[in-house]
Structures are given as C-alpha cells and as structure tokens.
Design a protein around this ligand. Sequence first.
Ligand code: 5GP
Length: 119
Amino acid sequence: MSSYGNSTKSSGVVRIIKDIDIDITNKHVLIVEDLVDTGLTLHYLKSMFENRGPKDVKICTALDKPSRRKVDLKIDYEGITIPDKFVVGYGLDFAGKYRNLPDVCVLHSSVYTDKEDAG
Ligand code: 5GP
C-alpha cells in the first residue's frame, strides 16, 4: 500500500501497489503493519479484506501515532506508541532513503522543509 509518495504527510489517497494472491474466504487474516499514523491506509485495507469473506481481520503494528488518527481504527496488537514525529530507520524510509539505519530515528525537519511545508 502507498499513501505517502515522497512526502512526510499522508496524501489521504491510498494506492494498492500489489494485491495479495491468495483467497482469504473463511480465513483468519492478520495485517502486519510498520506504523499506523492517520489510520487511512489500514482502514481502507481492512474494509477491502472484510469484503472478501474472511473469518476475521485483525491488525498488528510495531509503531502507533494515535494523536494523528483521522479514522476510528481498532489496533488488536500494538508495539510502541510514539509522538507526532516523522520517523525513519529500522526499515522505515523517507523517499526511499534511511531505511538502513539500525534504529528508529526522528527525521530532522531540515531534510524536507525546502521540499514542502513541514507542518
Ligand atoms: P496512515 O495511512 O496510517 O497515515 O499511514 C500509514 C503508512 O504511512 C505506514 O505504513 C507508513 O509506511 C507510513 N508512515 C506513517 N508515518 C510514518 C513515519 O513517521 N515515517 C515513515 N517512514 N513512514 C510513515
């Protein structure tokens, strides 16, 4: 799923880059997410999967920014709650960069303020 492109803010438009190949009818489905921010991506994905007749659809996330939530979304399994900061590293990227950092780090605003309004 993609909602960010090269920005630090969700566009609100959720795109499917690659759908799943398996039939989830009568299956228990667990969505494993890196970070829930506005919740728009998983709200969309969860309802898309629910329309395919699974037994249930649950959500697991490593990081959660509840202060940014725009939709009501139940997180079934949650790792760490973090503040409203754009983070990179440990697999999380900004425009394809910084994924390789060994820790979860807050991206300094100077990296993106010349490209967009940092908010
Ligand atoms: P949402 O739809 O909940 O706003 O955004 C979910 C997706 O946006 C996550 O899967 C994640 O890829 C990306 N995202 C949200 N916040 C951050 C952040 O602070 N850093 C990075 N690198 N990605 C984020």
